[in-house]
Design a protein around this ligand. Structure first.
Ligand code: NDP
Length: 305
């Protein structure tokens, strides 16, 4: 048996960090476990413009660090490790990690989501060799080059705008003729001369000999095949929940998101879910933070009985 915590939080994005802040400030003995980088997916955002309190915007990395710092100041403990197994048991949930086992009286699952892959030939083979899922991380490598962004949501358009600072040309390839992205991003992208939209088109293959050389494209309206020569492909087609270890334990929707009620309670008493991993999440940093706070308040109530 490992160290006992009143609350173990799995995931260090806005949901987990805000949950950690609320738990620690309520004097609950709390451990937050993060397998990657503190901040979660917002670390990929060059500038977060819609988190209240930052009228000039703030970088995703800075926002994550600030919430973390605030939570630590109230006593949150943080562990960088991967959760390998959870065995639920009333008030004695076992949380196994790559750094050892812990006992959790309650758990907040805030494991977020991971980038969705295109699933076309060449994608896996060329990751890191021209295929990327993070413009903020890899964009500067493509100075003066032609790149493509796949997708039509907020992620795709913010990535395209960021990439236009470095690349000579940014092609946004979208499977429909209408963007899903917010109007404000759409307007900015339309005003950026380096960005060009390729509508009603899907990528069928990524080709290259060691590094990305070209994309094979298919027009969804007339099935016409074309080739686009480039050096970088940024895939921004949404994400999938990081919930695999909860299959069979909790109720998940058909896409794998964890079902909770409005108190963030799952079907197991003492186990809560918050943020992007949760069914019906608005998938915004601010709503994730709100979920985390709600989950923490629910955990505190659970522990007081
Ligand atoms: P979304 O799910 O919003 O958009 C995914 C896009 O990818 C859609 O345009 C979709 O097409 C397309 N797509 C999905 N699967 C495929 C596929 N297999 N092949 C080709 N295209 C595909 O995901 P995002 O990551 O863009 O955004 C997620 C959430 O994060 C949203 O709530 C968004 O508002 C938020 N966000 C907010 C930001 C901000 O405010 N600063 C920045 C980034 C994200 P289709 O439209 O046809 O379904």
């Amino acid at each position: 048996m490992g160290k006992i915590y009143q609350v173990v939080i799995i995931g260090g994005g806005p949901a987990g960090l805000s949950g950690g802040l609320y738990c620690a400030r309520s004097r609950l003995n709390t451990l937050l476990i993060e397998k990657g980088i503190i901040g979660g997916q917002i670390i990929n955002a060059e500038r977060v413009e819609n988190y209240p309190g930052f009228p000039k915007g703030i970088s995703g990395i800075d926002l994550g660090q600030l919430i973390h710092e605030q939570a630590i100041s109230y006593g949150l403990e943080t562990l960088l490790a991967e959760v390998t197994k959870v065995v639920p048991s009333k008030r004695h949930n076992l949380v196994s990690t790559s750094e050892g086992d812990f006992v959790a009286e309650s758990i907040i699952i805030a494991s977020g989501s991971q980038f969705r892959k295109l699933g076309v030939p060449g994608e896996d083979k060329l990751v890191g060799k021209g295929v990327s899922y993070c413009a903020t991380c890899d964009g500067p490598l493509f100075k003066g080059k032609t790149v493509a962004v796949i997708g039509g949501g907020d992620s795709a358009i913010t990535e395209a705008l960021y990439l236009s600072k470095f690349a000579s040309s940014v092609k946004v390839i979208h499977r429909r003729s209408q963007l899903r992205a917010s109007k404000i991003f759409h307007e900015r992208a339309m005003a950026e001369p380096k960005i060009e939209f390729i509508w009603d088109t899907v990528v069928t293959k990524i080709e290259g000999d060691g590094v990305v050389k070209q994309l094979m494209l298919k027009d969804t309206k007339n099935a016409k095949i074309s080739i686009l020569e480039l050096t970088g492909v940024f895939v921004a087609i949404g994400s999938e929940p990081s919930s695999v270890e909860w299959r069979g334990l909790l109720s998940l929707d058909k896409e794998g998101y964890i079902i909770t009620n409005e108190l963030m309670e799952t079907k197991i008493p003492g186990i809560f879910a918050a943020g992007d991993v949760r069914h019906n999440s608005a998938r915004q940093a601010i709503t994730a933070a709100g979920d985390g706070a709600t989950a923490a308040i629910s955990a505190e109530r659970f522990l007081s009985f």
